[in-house]
Design a protein around this ligand. Structure first.
Ligand code: MLT
Length: 246
């Protein structure tokens, strides 16, 4: 890179309630919810689901049910009574979901996607698609804001680790810079966690919640980097494979 080439910014916003403090000047947003919404969405698109409609409320999800859609609903880690499926990434590997469009509502992740949706480009990130996402982001030569879904508008550790991983990789490319302390903090947290994320997160709140629901296998899957290459992108309100969008 020549010394006068402008660097792009990569920043991390820790929770949706802070989005308005960070969003100015960004039109490329990466939404992450490592445990488990965005890991499940990346997995669904990788395994041939045609589209995921991110839905904020259960009432809206029931409307999709009435229209005949397959509807997935999770609250506080559990599948909501009366819905077909929840938020386990393993669910979305099922061959019968291939080619389907699924409406999905989750405690935090789908709300964060809806908060970001007015921006020009919204893509979905996770540890699962980390490298393919970062390769694509580097090619875009645009400023990138990573929006962590957090937990009920609070900071969470797993999304911070993933935001830090994206920041670390983009900074290492030599084409990006970060100004915000949140981004610097996320990068250092990622670096201290990366050798054993499962153990690092042992005491974290959603790891404890999912352990109580006997969902450790989901956690291990979601903390496995680069087992997916799909990059879901929001197009007309539906998350679809990046390569289907011109
Ligand atoms: C969320 O949106 O908060 C999560 O994905 C919760 C979960 O799946 O456990």
């Amino acid at each position: 890179m020549s010394s006068n080439q402008k660097l792009n910014r990569v920043e991390v916003c820790f929770a949706p309630c802070d989005f308005h403090q960070y969003e100015e000047g960004f039109d490329l947003i990466v939404v992450i919810d490592v445990l488990r919404a965005t890991s499940a969405i990346c997995t669904a698109i990788e395994h041939g689901v045609s589209g995921i409609i991110p839905v904020a409320t259960l009432d809206e999800a029931r409307e999709y049910q009435k229209k005949g859609y397959i509807v997935a609903a999770e609250r506080n880690g559990a599948v909501v009574d009366g819905f077909d499926i929840g938020n386990s990434p393993y669910t979305y590997m099922k061959p019968e979901l291939k080619g389907q469009t699924i409406a999905l509502t989750t405690t935090n992740g789908t709300k964060a996607i809806r908060i970001a949706e007015q921006k020009k480009t919204v893509v979905i990130g996770s540890l699962n698609n980390l490298q393919s996402l970062c390769d694509w982001l580097i090619e875009q030569k645009r400023d990138v804001l990573v929006l962590a879904s957090g937990w009920k508008d609070k900071f969470n550790l797993e999304d911070t680790i993933c935001g830090g991983a994206i920041t670390d990789i983009l900074l290492e490319s030599g084409q990006f810079t970060s100004d915000e302390d949140s981004s610097v903090a996320a990068k250092f947290i990622y670096r201290s966690a990366k050798e054993n994320m499962f153990a690092y997160l042992k005491a974290s709140s959603h790891r404890r919640r999912l352990r109580a629901l006997d969902l450790n296998a989901d956690v291990s899957y979601c903390l496995t980097p680069n087992n997916v290459s799909a990059i879901p992108i929001l197009k007309d309100g539906i998350l679809v494979p990046l390569e289907t969008v011109a």
